[in-house]
Design a protein around this ligand. Structure first.
Ligand SMILES: [Zn+2]
Length: 387
């Protein structure tokens, strides 16, 4: 099995081909853009461009090096990404355990490269991974001019323990890349990268794909029927990896669809009259693992924005179009409470910060519902526009 073909990103690809042809491609690039938009896939495409034996107008995807790269088996293309922390492993065995985990993950990607760019478990790039990367960088390349290192979700170097050490170890490599080594970092949250790492990489923005591109991607590679593919493509907002995470999996709603529904429950509870509503929603969350709920708050923001849009009579601007009628009915039934979006968003931001700090999710959700309540009472009377 090989990687699925890269779709879209024509302008970015053309500029990379031009820079490569002119010999001015930076040795350390930072591809940044929305989560799931295809940054690591694009990085793998760029790695093929660098090792390809064919003409220079893009990787030919059929020469020996390209084929090895497509099978994720090129000996000079090294792809690192966040992994769950191996359990019960001593510090000195950690690099080996992480390398084994990385190979297992690569084997899974080989067997199915269409995977949601969203995981429930907490992952990071630990010092052991950077130790492994440094050891590879110290060796001579096998067949290419120089090794290509891809570091996906590079911001995951930061928020974990011993992060500073991991980030600094990578920094040393970026400062003095050995030989003809290339580094391609990707990040959906470049603001969380260490400023020193940011300043040693040349940023390149990877824009969202069109709805048509995401829709076609899902239809071709994710075995979704047309209607479901269109629905998920719309929610994916230009990111195929995000859209895939809405698709049903084994009869269950996709992981992002589950979070979107839970976010709706939170907003409805905050609009409700009694404090009991909030309690029930809060205790339906697990008491641990808050970091995996950070994305939940993005959906809470979308629902709040949608409520304001519906209340203002701007239903076409609603993100959750599949719930538009339900939102309109809800606002009409509840006497259309006004929503102060600015105030509500600052409550959501507080909740997100608590979740990043790994506070008990039940407490975070309970506090959020309590904090959101006043935002539905005060604020500009947008509700007047309804009915
Ligand atoms: Zn080739």
């Amino acid at each position: 099995m090989t990687l699925h073909p890269l779709r879209g990103h024509e302008a970015v690809r053309a500029s990379l081909v031009r820079a490569h042809g002119a010999g001015v491609l930076p040795s350390a690039l930072l591809l940044h853009g929305a989560r799931g938009v295809g940054k690591q896939h694009l990085a793998l495409w760029l790695a093929r461009l660098l090792v390809c034996m064919g003409p220079e107008d893009g990787p030919c995807d059929c020469c020996g090096p390209c084929r090895m790269a497509l099978a994720l088996e090129h000996p000079d293309i090294h792809w690192y990404f966040p992994l769950p922390r191996p359990k019960g492993v001593s510090a000195d065995r950690m690099p080996d355990a992480l390398e084994q985990a990385r190979h297992e993950e690569l084997a899974e990607i080989r067997s199915n490269s269409v995977r949601p760019s969203w995981t429930e478990d907490v992952r990071a790039i630990y010092l052991g991974t950077v130790t492994n990367l440094r050891a590879v960088a110290a060796k001579r390349p096998n067949m290419a001019e120089g090794p290509v290192f891809i570091v996906g979700q590079a911001e995951a170097l930061v928020p974990q323990e011993s992060s500073q050490e991991a980030a600094n170890a990578l920094l040393k490599l970026l400062e003095e890349p050995p030989g003809a080594a290339r580094f391609i970092l990707t990040s959906s949250e470049p603001g969380l990268l260490l400023p020193t790492i940011r300043s040693r990489t040349v940023p390149l923005h990877v824009p969202p794909l069109t709805f048509e591109d995401v829709h076609a991607f899902l239809s071709e590679h994710a075995s979704a029927d047309d209607r479901t593919a269109a629905w998920a493509a719309r929610l994916g907002q230009g990111s195929p990896g995000r859209a895939v995470a809405f698709l049903p999996d084994d009869g269950e709603p996709g992981p992002l669809e589950q979070l979107r529904r839970r976010a709706y429950e939170i907003v409805v509870a905050a609009m409700g009259a009694g404090p009991g509503d909030g309690y029930e929603v809060a205790i339906s969350f697990p008491p641990a693992g808050a970091r995996s709920f950070v994305e939940l708050f993005t959906f809470v923001e979308e629902w709040l924005r949608d409520l304001a849009a519906v209340a203002a009579g701007a239903g076409d601007a609603v993100f959750n179009q599949d719930a538009r009628a339900r939102l309109e009915k809800h606002l009409a039934d509840t006497g259309a409470p006004a929503v102060d979006v600015a105030e509500a968003f600052s409550s959501v931001e507080r909740a997100r910060a608590l979740a990043r700090g790994n506070v008990n999710p039940q407490l975070v959700v309970a506090a959020l519902i309590r904090d959101l309540r006043p935002a539905f009472r005060r604020g500009t009377p947008l509700a007047g526009a309804v009915r």
